[in-house]
Design a protein around this ligand. Structure first.
Ligand SMILES: C[S@@+](CC[C@H](N)C(=O)[O-])C[C@H]1O[C@@H](n2cnc3c(N)ncnc32)[C@H](O)[C@@H]1O
Length: 283
């Protein structure tokens, strides 16, 4: 196979110019591995030839996106992280909101796949706030570049595989089981606002639906692993910028916040990759 870096660069540039999706700063090893499958399936020998296939077979773009974007998730993925959010982080956040008489709770799930992650957070907030939920304006922005996944997320129907980590009591309370699917309840759905947002964008740094540009909690889990180091740094800096003072950032368990330039953030749980933005007066 003739798959050199220069040809790869040209292929990614073409995809960006023609489809607007920017994979140019994605992890090169991952890209090459995924592209190899497409080239193999089409018996194509080079990126150059593959680029020509894209011109003549436009439907191949969909196959390409499907192989580059892996929207795999499930409810309460990495249960320890959600336990820590439920037991420590969210109660602390609610207490801080009460003390500062701030009735807005703003969460962003960046790279939300089919909605499993934002709905999981919505369920935890509903559990913790109970009757007090109506006293708060809770908005969970949930964004992704996979428009099919976003459309399915809005419907909120899940198969057995997605709900394996959901405790029985939670399942009965927040889901309806019908026609072989688990349908997320309307009250939880109402808390989540799905929209397209590309984390690689340099111009748009918050979800377009969001009027305000500050968040109490941002989850960006299992997304950064797709990006090269430079892009990871830029995305983390963007996310940090839009975090409220004392706001929380949650990364995927396999993702690390590199040491440099993060004196304004402390690690709250190293295993769960939960960080908190600090301020001069942090106590
Ligand atoms: C493996 S899933 C992670 C889903 C969820 N956060 C979790 O941890 O279970 C990665 C998601 O990141 C999304 N993604 C990839 N590149 C992205 C980008 N540039 N901007 C926003 N989302 C992106 C993919 O479409 C996919 O849905």
């Amino acid at each position: 196979m003739h798959t050199n870096d220069e040809e790869l660069k040209r292929l990614l540039q073409k995809v960006f110019e023609e489809r607007g999706l920017d994979f140019r700063a994605y992890n090169k090893t991952m890209l090459k591995r995924r592209l190899a499958r497409r080239l193999c399936a089409l018996r194509t020998e080079s990126y150059k030839e593959y680029a020509r296939t894209l011109d003549t077979h436009l439907e191949e773009y969909k196959e390409l996106f499907d192989s580059l974007i892996i929207s795999v998730s499930h409810f309460f993925r990495n249960p320890l992280t959600f336990e820590f959010l439920y037991e420590v982080i969210l109660p602390e956040m609610i207490t801080y909101k009460e003390q500062s008489r701030d009735a807005m709770i703003r969460v962003w799930s960046a790279g939300c796949a089919h909605g499993e992650e934002p709905y999981s957070v919505a369920i935890l907030l509903a559990e913790l706030l109970g009757e007090r939920l109506k006293d708060y304006r809770v908005t969970i922005y949930a964004t992704d570049i996979d428009t099919n996944a976003l459309n399915e997320a809005k419907v909120g129907q899940y198969t057995e595989d997605s709900i394996l980590e959901v405790k029985k009591g939670i399942l009965n309370k927040y889901f309806h089981h019908k026609n072989g699917y688990y349908q997320i309840g309307a009250d939880i759905k109402a808390l989540v606002d799905f929209c397209f947002h590309d984390l690689t964008s340099e111009k748009v740094v918050v979800p377009s639906q969001s009027v305000f540009t500050n968040f109490d909690l941002i989850l960006c889990r299992n997304v950064l692993i797709y990006f090269n180091q430079e892009l990871q740094k830029r995305v983390i800096n963007n996310l940090k910028t839009v975090l409220n003072e004392k706001g929380y950032l949650v990364l995927g368990e396999a993702e690390i916040l590199t040491d440099d330039g993060h004196s304004d953030i402390i690690c709250r749980n190293g295993l769960c990759k939960i960080y908190q933005k600090t301020s001069q007066g942090f106590d």
